[in-house]
Design a protein around this ligand. Sequence first.
Ligand SMILES: [Zn+2]
Ligand SMILES: [Zn+2]
Length: 237
Amino acid sequence: MKFAYDLHMHSALSACSDNEMTPNNIVNMAILKELDIIAVTDHNSAENIEAVIKCSEGSDILVAPGMEIETMEEIHVVCLFPGIGQVNKMQEIVYKALPSLKNREDIFGRQIIYDENDDEKGVVDKLLLTAVNFSIDDLKKYVDELNGVIIPAHVDRSSYSVISNLGSVPENLNLKYLEISKKADLQNLIRNNPEVMNYKLIKSSDAHSLADISERESFIDIEEKSIQCLISKIKNG
Ligand SMILES: [Zn+2]
Ligand SMILES: [Zn+2]
């Protein structure tokens, strides 16, 4: 069956995101847009995932626990996990691997943690929008151990992408899917990087505001609407 997805968007926990990106607003917008599966993928943190999942309960929206991790090569990678326990374990690993810098709210914005009623629980002090001290190879190992899957993010972009930063997608990562951004010029990407044709492509919004969440436009063909099926499809192609 084909399911409409948007597997890359940021809640207000990402400093660069609008404060309107609360758990309830995200889920309600996904319902309005008639999406089937979403993933909230904040920069180097998963503090709002549990609230988003709680908001989705009772609706038809499936929320895959996720994060967008920035590796030491400054590559952005969307990571999806089978459950809240695994994404929280990854968050522990990431928090230990971030430099001990404090967020400057006046420059970067607030990193807001919400509960399932969209009430503020607090803010993350640590600067999240920066690179961890491990490589994309290490990231793949960590995520594999947690039975998750990695998708190199916005590979068409000229920065923070595996292709822009490494020149190509390392074959040893053994990936089946890459993510392209909403406005990707696919012909141009393939002309410059023919290797992209060896992969299946995920197109997500990378939304930082409600209006930017995808319409019902990108679909993935999986047996049933479950996180297990989603992860196994992205892992195995
Ligand atoms: Zn990114
Ligand atoms: Zn992003």
